[in-house]
Unconditional design. Structure first.
Length: 272
């Protein structure tokens, strides 16, 4: 019997790539996102698509119930949906900050709560949370994004201990720089939020740097991460963390071993 996998944020990037990989490996895959039309290619491959808006509780409940009514269980949950809200802390509205947490953490937490009872009943489950190297390091003007990913790291660690006795594994994936639209969207948000005003000079430097990096050939191909996420979801004895992508391992290591002041200098040297 094929295992049932639910992937959030499957309309693009790593989520879409992971859906294709797991589908090719024989899993019954459900791809969830707000934009159903952007998942038509997945549907053509045999992936079941379902509407999901992580900022709306009724949408989350409806998504999970739809799959449980059809399949009776969800064996693998890949929490991939998210976005980067960039802007100076002074400029970002608390309303936007709450939305960043709603998508990147609270919506993720809610869908996990709904999936856990069936996993416990079947004494098997795999929850893969897509964090970021940004959950271990930090960059200026991305405070709210980093806050969500740092929170997700601790949240996932606690969850791993809680559900292990029920045969459920919790795994974190920490991508580095990946060839997706994430960077250009975050740069656009940054200019919109802090492109004028007291932080404008710095914001434009950072946004230009992000745009340049995310249009370069140095970033890791999205399908590399799709395979890593699929591996995290299917390894018989998974690691607690998988780190993959441009600059992820060196950036995390520099912060860990050399401390905050050295890391601060390294980051700020890029914007002189």
């Amino acid at each position: 019997m094929s295992k049932i996998a639910l992937i959030t944020g499957a309309s693009s990037g790593m989520g879409k790539s992971t859906a294709k990989t797991l589908q090719s490996q024989g899993y019954k895959v459900y791809g969830a996102a707000r934009r159903l039309e952007a998942m038509q290619d997945l549907k053509d491959l045999g992936v079941s698509i379902v509407s999901l808006d992580l900022t709306k509780d009724d949408s989350i409940v409806k998504c999970v119930n739809h799959i449980l009514e059809k399949e009776g269980r969800i064996d693998i949950l890949i929490n991939n949906a998210g976005y980067g809200s960039y802007g100076a802390i002074e400029d970002v509205s608390i309303e936007e900050a709450k939305r960043q947490f709603e998508v990147n953490l609270f919506g993720l937490a809610r869908i996990t709560q709904l999936v856990l009872p069936k996993m416990r009943a079947h004494k098997f489950g795999r929850i893969v949370n897509i964090s970021s190297m940004g959950g271990k390091v930090y960059t200026p003007l991305g405070a709210w994004y980093h806050a969500t990913k740092h929170a997700l790291e601790g949240w996932s660690d606690a969850l791993r201990l809680e559900v292990k006795p029920f045969g459920i594994d919790v795994v974190i994936v920490e991508p580095g720089g990946i060839k997706t639209a994430w960077g250009s969207i975050a740069a656009e948000n940054l200019i919109k939020t802090s492109g004028t005003g007291i932080y404008s000079k710095f914001a434009n430097k950072v946004a230009n740097g992000m745009t340049k990096m995310y249009s370069s050939n140095s970033l890791t191909d999205v399908d590399v991460l799709g395979k890593v996420i699929a591996k995290a979801a299917t390894d018989k004895k998974p690691k607690t963390r998988y780190v993959k992508g441009y600059m992820a391992k060196p950036a995390i290591a520099i912060r860990k071993w050399f401390g905050d002041k050295v890391f601060d200098k390294m980051i700020m040297s890029q914007f002189k």
